[in-house]
Design a protein around this ligand. Structure first.
Ligand SMILES: N[C@@H](CCC(=O)N[C@@H](CS)C(=O)NCC(=O)O)C(=O)O
Length: 259
């Protein structure tokens, strides 16, 4: 059995893996796990029970691949792996991808590690919060989002964007220097999440916009577009597209975040 990647491209870490595998010609089977389907399958009522139709992430079947029931996940023969960063590194090592992705140079590699360690609760945390608040909160409450709430989450994101520019990007073409690394790819997919919610953070940030173009060029603009098509349509999401128990899950998450 070949390499399988369990993905939903609405998810930022899944897009990082997808782009990384495709741009490096890593052969894999795309196993579509549909986040918005939630637990419907576990209750035995999949909408349109077609063979090969994508399944939700809370099924017993997916639990066998990742007991945390989160995407992305990898299966390579009988070996399974969760966590996008671990999976990216596994693929980089197994397929010996070009050195610039995860440089063998001690200090360059440390720069990649530094960004990957920082980004999780900062760029990812604040970008996801804006996305969930702007796209999902109005669906959960049936009320338009209050300008104060939106301003609050946008401000939190703006703080980390400034840190990203000043500490990590500085005046370099890429985070590590002249070549793209895993850090840039992970950063790009996360920054596209707020864009999918309608906050085009690149508009007033020329340095970030130029960096985005370089990253897209390095991996292929068309591939980037394809990977981001779903999230760039997320603004049009309606409550009936999301499993009720997932809406409930998100509600708790959002309430926790704002407390
Ligand atoms: N730290 C994990 C995060 C994985 C994660 O949170 N995945 C989200 C999608 S972006 C998910 O599967 N959420 C489903 C859930 O929490 O029920 C990684 O980097 O892979």
């Amino acid at each position: 059995m070949g390499l399988e990647l369990y993905l939903d491209l609405l998810s930022q870490p899944c897009r990082a893996l997808y782009i990384f595998a495709r741009t490096n010609n890593i052969p894999f089977e795309f196993k579509h796990v549909e986040l918005m389907k939630g637990e419907r399958w576990r209750r035995g009522k999949p909408p349109g029970n077609l063979p090969g139709a994508p399944r939700g992430h809370r099924t017993e079947e997916f639990r066998k691949v990742n007991m945390l029931m989160k995407v992305p996940a990898l299966k390579d023969g009988s070996f399974t792996l969760a966590e996008s960063i671990a999976i990216l590194l596994y693929l980089a090592r197994k397929f010996k991808t070009p050195d610039h992705w995860y440089p063998s140079d001690l200090q360059k590699r440390a720069r990649v590690d530094e960004y990957l360690s920082w980004q999780h609760v900062n760029i990812r945390g604040k970008g996801s919060k804006l996305f969930l608040t702007k796209v999902l909160l109005p669906l959960l409450t049936g009320q338009p989002l209050s300008p104060e709430k939106l301003e609050g989450v946008t401000e939190e994101l703006n703080v980390v964007l400034k840190q990203f520019e000043e500490k990590f990007l500085q005046d370099k073409p890429f985070i590590v220097g002249n070549e793209i690394s895993l850090a840039d790819l992970v950063a790009l997919v996360e920054l596209m999440q707020p864009v999918g919610a309608g906050y085009n953070l690149f508009e007033e940030r020329p340095k970030l916009a130029a960096w985005r173009s370089r990253v897209e060029e390095a991996v292929g603009k068309q591939l980037c577009q394809e990977a981001h098509e779903g999230i760039l349509n997320a603004k049009n999401l309606t409550a009936d597209k999301i499993a009720p128990e997932l809406l409930e899950h998100f509600k708790h998450q959002l309430l926790k975040q704002s407390s």
